[in-house]
Ligand binder design. Sequence first.
Ligand SMILES: [Zn+2]
Length: 228
Amino acid sequence: MKFTELPHGTSVKGEKIPAYKSEKSADKYIYILGAVHGDEVEGAHLALKLHEWLGETNEVDMPIVIVPVVNVDGYKAGTRVNGNGVDLNRNLPSAQWTPEAREAKYFPGTAPLSEPENKFLVELFNKYPPKFILSFHSWYPVINYNGACKEIADFLASYNKYPIEADFLTHPTPGSLGEFGPQEFKSPVLTFECPVLSDTVTLESVWKENEEGFKKLFTTKIIETFKA
Ligand SMILES: [Zn+2]
């Protein structure tokens, strides 16, 4: 399927944030996001590989928006946070947003939606409303879903055997996309945490253990037709 490049966003440090939209348009879009946390290169790799495959395959034709690297400054610097030291996944204007952070790495910014990377995302959401958001991270392998997309979590877990969590009960994430997407856009959010690099984990192995599940998620159209 074909993608066109949308007008890019701009990071704190003035870097371009590339975004792509399928030629197919619709009322609502599937979003693929990578590197909201800049140092989570494993998740960014999955977003980039998925983009590459979708751009080549003739088996998929859906309304999709892709921002493979949201936090371009953090990605370049190898940091979780953006150029202002803000955790972008604690900076969205959800009902639970709080100025307090348990640790410095979760600094939510001085106000909700203070950061240009998140403003750009919300502009995209307003222009191309999300029906489902897939956001790639890396931590310990877990498929975290917020809103009505358990079917997708179950489907992916049947391939990669990662555990599923509806909420991080012991790990609250105020100002996260998982809160904001369902609240503001009635869009379920799948926060996909893949394993981090180690002696046995490589970017290639992370893609390999997820390739079939993600390709099937699109070619079977489950990502469009899923039910709560
Ligand atoms: Zn993350």
